[in-house]
Design a protein around this ligand. Structure first.
Ligand code: ADP
Ligand code: MG
Length: 280
């Protein structure tokens, strides 16, 4: 499958600005270029060894689903990728830039610009309207002119299906709407990749679909994504690769059909059996 999504010089798909185009682009083509790579990354919290020799790669336009039991280190891994957690040893490269655990917040800025982050808990600013939430960082961090930021924010809101919520405060939104605003806010910084940490886990079941739909659209447009998720159907249908983490170790990874149909490791099989049984 090939992507027709035109990318701007910042790697920001121009199709984010239109609704119609999103529907004609059918699937993404994973490129050879490696966007994120880790080599032998270890992370300790005190004496607790949470990530063990993690070799992890994400290619441009690839969608990677990171799955595994609670406590296996999924959040820690993606938090290490943008320096929210400092890895204890090993190497992390983001778009060729080395992420050193000694870096100051200022030194981390260029790396964090590459990556948008969407959390389970939305983290919207409650005292700001939806529009203000989205334009805040582009104005302050990217020094984008206000009119341009507003035009972009409106386009992103239309994209996530929330144009009419522009001027309301987050507390009037459902969880699914809040998460869609959080996705628009992450996109407003024009990242080259998005990291999602269980974006639908705190939502009522009937609201999960609207968030997954937005994520599916992004995937089909060629957005590079790492998604920590328990939504196995999403992992199976949308991701290019599934990575199974348990006890801080990458136990198995591969194409979704391979991992779901023919898991190579007993551990993977037991995990899938359990989650698939409870999600039916
Ligand atoms: P997951 O996201 O897969 O559920 P986490 O990455 O959140 O797993 O956690 C991995 C392990 O690290 C767990 O045992 C957790 O208790 C521990 N852990 C996570 N964050 C911290 C922290 N800030 N301090 C101490 N231990 C932590
Ligand atoms: Mg987690």
């Amino acid at each position: 499958m090939s992507s027709n999504a035109p990318f701007s010089s910042q790697g920001f798909p121009l199709v984010y600005q239109t609704h119609e185009l999103a529907q004609v682009v059918q699937g993404n083509a994973v490129e050879d270029e490696i966007f994120i790579s880790t080599r032998k990354v270890n992370k300790y919290f005190g004496a607790k060894h949470v990530l063990k020799d993690i070799d992890f790669e994400v290619r441009k336009q690839e969608v990677v689903a990171l799955i595994g039991p609670s406590g296996s280190g999924k959040s820690t891994l993606i938090r290490c990728l943008n320096g929210l957690e400092k890895h204890s040893s090993g190497e992390i490269l983001i778009h060729g830039q080395r992420l050193d655990p000694q870096m100051t917040v200022n030194e981390l800025i260029p790396i964090r610009r590459e990556l948008g982050m969407v959390f389970q808990g939305f983290n919207l600013f409650p005292h700001m309207t939806v529009l203000q939430n989205i334009i805040e960082a582009p104005l302050l961090v990217r020094k984008m002119p206000r009119e341009q930021a507003v035009v972009m924010a409106e386009a992103l809101l239309a994209k996530v299906g929330l144009a009419e919520k522009r001027d309301v405060y987050p507390n009037s939104l459902s969880g699914g709407q809040k998460q869609r605003v959080a996705i628009a806010r992450a996109l407003a910084m024009q990242p080259r990749a998005l990291l999602f940490d269980e974006p639908t886990s705190s939502l009522d079941p009937e609201l999960v679909g609207e968030v997954l739909k937005v994520m599916r659209d992004l995937a089909y447009e060629g957005c590079t994504m790492v998604v920590v998720t328990h939504e196995m159907q999403f992992a199976r249908d949308v991701s290019d690769r599934v990575v199974f983490l348990a006890d801080g170790v990458i136990v198995e990874q591969g194409e979704p059909e391979q991992v779901f149909r023919h898991p190579q490791q007993e551990r993977t099989r037991l995990f899938l059996e359990r989650v698939l049984a409870t999600s039916l």
